[in-house]
Design a binder for this molecule. Structure first.
Ligand SMILES: *Cc1c(COP(=O)(O)O)cnc(C)c1O
Length: 357
């Protein structure tokens, strides 16, 4: 039986998507060849990547003037590539957690960076400098990491600022409707909500490019990949194929609106269980809680029970709920493909454990 996979990344994919991918690995689109051994320039894969690009635009309601490209290098390469292409003199960064601070670090190699951080409080709240008008007017963009995968906070709206936005949406893409028009760039690794590791999606406003003076290496210039339809070099064909299957499944389910509703419900029942528990408590400010990565610990007086709860959870087929080493305790990641029944199994385990102790 399949386990209840709460992994933070790489993460659960829908069973139907995995089966389809497995069959394409054996015989891709009736070619009699494996998806893993065909030319990326053949008509079958050209159709796959084109459909993936169009479906991403459709599901995320990407306006005219924006391009969708598929790259390698992970979100981590975007930490550098984004400022290289967009940062003229100065940028602002919201330092909301581990990934956000890595992004700011790379941007500092390229230009001046102003940060707004909650690091001193171990990232238990999400910094919102726009609420106090603190984002300088003269920055090229404000970079936000919309979901903090490690600490479990999230910004679930697109802030109103005078400047352009750049968003790392690796761990919450396709979980809410995004106003893409506010962004110059949205990027993310696919391995949390879309596909296996290996492909990075980038949504970029065409007119935002071409304004920096520095010479750009060919591979790191977004325009290279736009002009070649993400085929300048060999694209990661397998994860792109799987991304397409996931997005088709999203469309069948009713698109982003339907996914958001399901996710809110999953998060609500789990946070309710945590908040009403005698043994467990959440680790971040309730108003900034992530609906994707739910972090919780045993209350101080019960700390020594954490190991026992792990054992109980494991015995019930619950996989990967160990918290990140910087937070400890537990982290249950509730990505799109995780069914509500898995959350219910976890809650049941928490309740049974509480009855025993
Ligand atoms: C996982 C993650 C990353 C890192 O992605 P890679 O593809 O491994 O480079 C970056 N940002 C966020 C928000 C993430 O969750």
């Amino acid at each position: 039986m399949k386990k209840h996979n709460f992994s933070a990344g790489p993460s659960i994919l829908d069973e139907s998507v995995i089966k389809d991918a497995a069959s394409a690995v054996l015989n891709y689109a009736g070619t009699g060849l494996s998806l893993l051994e065909v030319s990326h320039r053949g008509k079958e894969f050209t159709a796959t990547i084109e459909e993936a690009r169009n479906l991403m635009k459709e599901l995320l309601d990407v306006p005219e003037g924006y391009e969708v490209i598929f790259l390698g290098g992970g979100a981590s390469l975007q930490f550098y590539q984004a400022p290289l292409n967009l940062l003229k003199t100065k940028a602002a960064y919201v330092d909301s957690g581990t990934w956000a601070s890595k992004a700011a670090k790379e941007a500092k190699l390229v230009g001046e960076v102003v940060t707004f951080s909650s690091k001193a409080d171990n990232y238990v709240w999400y910094p919102k400098p726009w609420e106090k008008n603190e984002v300088p007017d003269d920055v090229d963009y404000l970079h936000i990491t919309t979901n903090n995968t490690v600490y479990g906070t999230e910004l679930r709206y697109d802030p109103d600022v005078k400047t352009r936005l750049v968003g790392d949406m690796s761990s919450d893409i396709f979980t809410r409707e995004v106003d893409v028009a506010k962004y110059d760039l949205i990027y993310g690794g696919a391995q949390k909500n879309i596909a296996p590791a290996g492909v990075t999606f980038v949504i970029v406003r065409r007119d935002a490019l071409g304004h920096v003076d520095r010479p750009l290496p060919t591979m790191l210039d977004y325009r290279t990949h736009i002009e070649k339809d993400s085929m300048f070099n060999t694209p990661p064909v397998f994860p792109i194929y799987v991304a397409l299957q996931t997005m088709k499944w999203y469309k069948e389910l009713g698109g982003v609106k339907a996914l958001e509703k399901m996710n809110l419900e999953k998060a609500r029942i789990l946070y309710d269980a945590i908040d009403s528990s005698r043994l467990f408590r959440g680790t971040v400010n309730p108003e900034d809680r992530s609906i994707m990565n739910v972090c919780f610990v045993m209350k101080d007086e019960y700390k020594e029970l954490e190991k026992d709860f792990f054992d109980l959870a494991t015995s019930r087929g619950i996989s990967s709920i160990k918290g990140h080493r910087s937070v400890g305790g537990f982290r249950a990641s509730l990505y799109n493909a995780l069914p509500k029944t898995s959350v219910e199994v976890l809650i049941e385990a928490m309740k049974d454990f509480e009855r025993k102790h």
